[in-house]
Design a protein around this ligand. Structure first.
Ligand SMILES: [Mn+2]
Length: 319
């Protein structure tokens, strides 16, 4: 067993109150990891509070049946703070100013760019998801059950795009298999995650795909505020759209630029065939992985789209 995991296990044993925090606009991995960890700690009789700046999106809210995730602030007096699935501390959002950084911070993450801001940092860049790491921790701590296994499975399933993305390893498949053996109903999780979209999302997707700009080996998509309005869709409805830009034969990199209310542009990048877009995201102050990264920038959508096309062209032609 790793030294750091041992340290975390003894911190859990020797403390009573735990705060669990993840990133803004939490995804399936952050929510799955947070709830699984909370349920595991509760099995040991610990007090746990999960706080996120933003509530789970429509897609994931149904998984928080017990209402474990809070977005309301309180006095955070927990002994230990877990920060999960965050490469940088700023990703936790507005809670940053309220938590006491003198408390022990345990940073658990799978982003290779993680800034190791914790007192203990368990960062595994070769893991598909934070849930995969939480599994290893909980497996040493408690008897897993169907509920906990389901949350961990959601984390792995969503971060691997149902085991389609290149971060899918034999380890992630082995962990997923173990979890299924605890009774996860895979068809139900798939239905809830992938087959329960609101109609507005599908209409918007049609519009986004119609407008895709295709170059020889890269593509760009855009989502304007007007497009959202036209179809009655929300920003969260655009989750995973970026992958369509990469699903075309011969396309090695793609980007989707989303216009936000506050004058900012949110950009997601994806790549395949050995192309890395991580450095491009970093150039604009963002982060992520080799084949999946992103950043936020202030600017005009059309102007920035032109700039990004120039950069993407250089990158795909380098490989
Ligand atoms: Mn993740």
């Amino acid at each position: 067993m790793g030294k750091k995991i041992k340290e975390v296990l003894s911190l859990i044993k020797n403390n009573k109150k735990f705060l669990i925090v993840s990133h803004k606009n939490p995804d399936g991995d952050s929510i799955g990891s947070e709830i699984a960890l909370a349920l595991g700690l509760r099995k040991l009789g610990k007090k746990v509070y999960i706080y996120n700046q933003d509530p789970p999106s429509n897609r994931y809210s149904r998984f928080d049946k017990a209402g474990l995730i809070h977005t309301d602030k309180k006095e955070f007096n927990e002994d230990i703070i877990f920060i999960v699935d965050c490469a940088e501390i700023d990703r936790i959002g507005n809670i940053k100013d309220e938590i006491n950084f003198k408390k022990t911070i345990i940073n658990i993450d799978h982003h290779i760019s993680n800034e190791k801001f914790g007192d203990i940092n368990i960062v595994k860049g070769d893991y598909s998801s934070t849930a995969e790491i939480i599994y290893e921790l909980l497996d040493k701590l408690i008897d897993l059950d169907k509920d906990i296994a389901t949350y961990l499975y959601i984390g792995i399933l969503t971060d691997t795009g149902s085991f389609r993305y290149p971060n899918t390893t034999s380890h992630s498949l082995k962990v997923a298999a173990e979890l299924v053996d605890y009774g996860v109903i895979t068809s139900q999780v798939s239905e809830f995650v992938w087959f329960s979209d609101p109609p507005a999302r599908i209409k918007l997707l049609g519009d986004v795909l119609q407008r895709i700009t295709l170059h020889k080996n890269f593509s760009i998509m855009i989502v304007t505020k007007d497009m959202l309005k036209k179809w009655g869709a929300k920003e969260e409805d655009t989750e995973e759209f970026v992958n369509y830009g990469l699903s075309i034969k011969g396309i090695k990199a793609t980007a989707i630029i989303k216009e936000k209310d506050d004058g900012m542009l949110k950009v997601s990048l994806r790549s395949k065939n050995g192309v890395s877009i991580q450095e491009l995201a970093a150039e604009y102050g963002g982060g992520g992985h080799k084949t999946a990264a992103g950043f936020t920038i202030r600017g005009d959508l059309e102007t920035f789209k032109n700039e990004l096309e120039g950069k993407l062209e250089k990158i795909v032609n380098k490989f």
